[in-house]
Design a protein around this ligand. Structure first.
Ligand code: ARG
Length: 470
């Protein structure tokens, strides 16, 4: 048998030395990832440069080869950035496309770059580098949204609105307090992304295909060059682990769920029945048939897109479910859900921060709504308790007073002292101080409560956290 020469027409793939027939066209496009993984290119090059530098320092690669590789990769990066790079489906993925071009540019030095590594540890490194940078961007975006909400909260610390349970008017709250609830959620979201970043910041390179390499490479040095906190401790795990992608999508899902809940509220509040807020014209659309409409498209789309991101999380979990160690081609399927999660989240955060900076609050409508639901009934019960009545008895008495007011179609504060005293003789003229919405709000003056003074304190705390936190 004649050994196949490198000029044999069958040999067109980097790994095709042992194949007798070219890959079918259908398989080529089915297995290629270059159409979507090319966005990893800058990180692939960054990883290659660090790997090549370490190989040179360890005496595995010559200085001349390293210089050639550096020059070649720099040219390639410039070509990619200016859209001049010619991506080729035949070369399967971002890694082989770059390596092939490097070899065209610098010859044998390009072929030596892959010494002591595999695409398996290479791609795992690329994604971690990519995601690390993405998380840093998202943390900034989350802060911008928080900061818009904090300003809104500060402006509306004294603005009354009905607080709801079961979507029924429950007790008066400050609109600023309501905004600060989302600031808290987003702070936890930043915490989760930072945790994810911390765990992913370990270097897979050096794991090679799955078992490590026989070359005396220095993994710690590559980790240092790439800004990783350390190296992955097990080569099998290093090439097959995608926990970081799942963790990221879980954190992203939770952010989207928070924004979906917020959107649901905005949609309700914008409906003419509530009429609590108005978001800027720039964030609404009209109807092609009903001229009176101002549709809350942005919040509705955010609510819709949350499903898509949660779907990606499910996709990634199931991607990993049946995979034995170590690397399997299944893993190539991690990229599209991950990239789409990132794009969706990033777009959502941008538009949300802008939208929340352009929102008008209809304070009179919110105050009116709070008046309609006997929102100070709990305050009356607490008043009686403070005068010595057991809480359960007070609850019962106030329920009767509410029923009476309901029949009279008026608020508790509209009942005469005489009428109120018919429910309990413990009630005296000072009751009217707590039956007002403002009195009720001001009385909830404990940390985490809705009293305007507490909202202002929460605003100050949140600003400090934004300055100091990641
Ligand atoms: N494009 C591949 C991926 O995304 C790179 C690793 C390929 N490794 C392999 N042995 N086929 O996972």
């Amino acid at each position: 048998m004649v050994p196949m020469s490198v000029t044999d027409p069958v040999v067109h793939k980097t790994w095709s030395g042992r194949f007798n027939a070219p890959v079918a066209e259908s398989v080529k496009s089915f297995t290629a990832s270059v159409t979507f993984d090319q966005r990893l290119a800058p990180f692939d090059i960054q990883g290659s440069l660090a790997h090549a530098q370490m190989l040179t320092e360890a005496g595995i690669l010559s200085e001349a080869d390293f210089t050639a590789i550096q020059q070649g990769l720099t040219t390639i990066l410039e070509d990619i950035r200016s859209d001049r790079f010619c991506w080729n489906l035949d070369d399967e993925d971002v890694h082989l496309n770059i390596e092939k071009r490097l070899t065209q540019l610098v010859g044998d030095a390009g072929k030596r770059l892959h010494t002591g590594r595999s695409r398996n540890d290479q791609v795992a490194t690329d994604i971690r580098l990519y995601l690390r940078a993405a998380i840093d961007g998202l943390l900034g975006q989350l802060k911008m949204l928080q900061s818009a909400l904090i300003s809104l909260a500060e402006m509306h610390a004294d603005t009354l609105m009905p607080g709801f349970t079961h979507l029924q008017v429950a007790q008066p709250v400050s609109f600023g307090h309501h905004m600060m609830a989302y600031v808290e959620m987003l702070a936890r979201d930043r915490g989760r992304l930072s945790d994810c970043r911390r765990r992913l910041n370990q270097l897979p390179l050096g794991a090679a295909a799955l078992a490590g390499t026989s070359f005396p490479i220095r993994r710690e040095r590559v980790a240092e060059l790439l800004g990783f906190d350390g190296i992955c401790g097990n080569s099998l795990d290093a090439v097959s682990d995608r926990d970081f992608a799942i963790e990221f999508c879980a954190a992203a899902s939770l952010i989207m769920i928070h924004l979906s809940r917020f959107s649901e509220e905005l949609i309700l509040w914008m409906s003419p029945r509530f009429n609590f807020v108005r978001i800027g014209d720039a964030f609404c659309t009209g109807s092609s048939i009903m001229p009176q409409k101002r549709n809350p498209d942005v919040p509705e789309l955010v609510r819709g897109k949350s499903g898509r991101v949660v779907g990606h999380l499910m996709g990634l979990l199931l991607l990993m479910k049946g995979q034995p160690l170590a690397y399997n081609k299944d893993n190539q399927e991690d990229k599209e859900p991950l990239f789409d999660t990132l794009d969706t989240l990033s777009q959502t955060l941008t538009v949300y921060a802008e939208m929340m900076g352009d929102i008008q609050v209809n304070a009179p409508a919110m105050r009116q709504a709070a008046l309609e639901g006997f929102a100070t009934a709990t305050d009356l019960a607490d008043y009686l308790v403070k005068k010595g009545m057991p809480f359960r008895d007070a609850h019962e008495i106030v329920a009767r007073a509410v029923r009476h007011a309901e029949l009279q179609q008026c608020d508790l504060a509209d009942l005469s002292l005489e009428t109120l005293q018919s429910f309990s003789t413990m009630i005296t003229a000072d009751v009217y101080e707590i039956l007002t919405l403002e009195g009720s709000l001001a009385s909830r003056d404990i940390p985490g409560g809705t009293a305007p003074s507490q909202v202002r304190a929460a605003v100050a705390r949140a600003r400090l956290e934004l300055e100091r936190g990641p």
